[in-house]
Design a protein around this ligand. Sequence first.
Ligand SMILES: NC(=O)c1ccc[n+]([C@@H]2O[C@H](COP(=O)([O-])OP(=O)(O)OC[C@H]3O[C@@H](n4cnc5c(N)ncnc54)[C@H](OP(=O)(O)O)[C@@H]3O)[C@@H](O)[C@H]2O)c1
Length: 207
Amino acid sequence: MVGASLGIKLTQLNHHVRMGSRTANNEKAEEFIKQAGMGASQGTFADAAAYGEIVFNCTKGDGALDAIKAAGEENLKGKILVDVSNPLDFSKGMPPILIPALSNTNSLGEEIQKRLPGTHVIKALNTVNCMLMVNPASVPGLHDVFICGNDETAKAKVTEILKSFGWISIIDVGDITAARATEMMLPLWIRLMMKFQSPNFNFKIVK
Ligand SMILES: NC(=O)c1ccc[n+]([C@@H]2O[C@H](COP(=O)([O-])OP(=O)(O)OC[C@H]3O[C@@H](n4cnc5c(N)ncnc54)[C@H](OP(=O)(O)O)[C@@H]3O)[C@@H](O)[C@H]2O)c1
């Protein structure tokens, strides 16, 4: 869902996008290619990681570290990886819990950065629904998206991409350890989604 939503928007903005998955011929990726058209292709996680100048991790929280391993450290070296994933465990139904080893004193964003020391991991967009990620105006008014990571140049590049999606208020919450905070917003986000019966809302910080 998230990969397709971001991928379609990126092709509309004239980027070339390769959708990775565990198999080189993935049905959902084929559907994405049909919808995205020109500039879209698919391959394994390693193919996509090698192809991209900038890589988005949009994989399921409890499979993300396996997906990163499959993508390959060498294929991601020197690149920006935008981590959109959340360390959620849905195994006991709704609402999910945060995976204990990846929350409070750790985070999925940090864990990915540890496993990819030569990559600039930037956490962003994980606190908004995938339709809103690429169309912030679908919720009226000014509302916020958070970004964090260790490298200022990489953060500036990702900020540019977020602006190209239509984001106006982009709050830099610090280095990659701030992913603990933005990932831990998810239990509240999910409760709100259950209450509103819709994912089309966002957080707004008022000072
Ligand atoms: N849905 C949203 O609106 C939303 C918003 C913000 C953040 N997020 C986060 O974004 C991520 C993607 O969410 P989603 O709803 O698009 O899809 P999802 O069902 O959570 O994840 C699908 C992706 O995860 C991969 N995957 C699943 N299990 C795996 C495993 N064991 N090993 C390796 N890869 C595995 C799948 O690979 P295959 O294609 O090979 O199956 C596919 O690429 C999640 O972490 C979610 O929390 C979602």
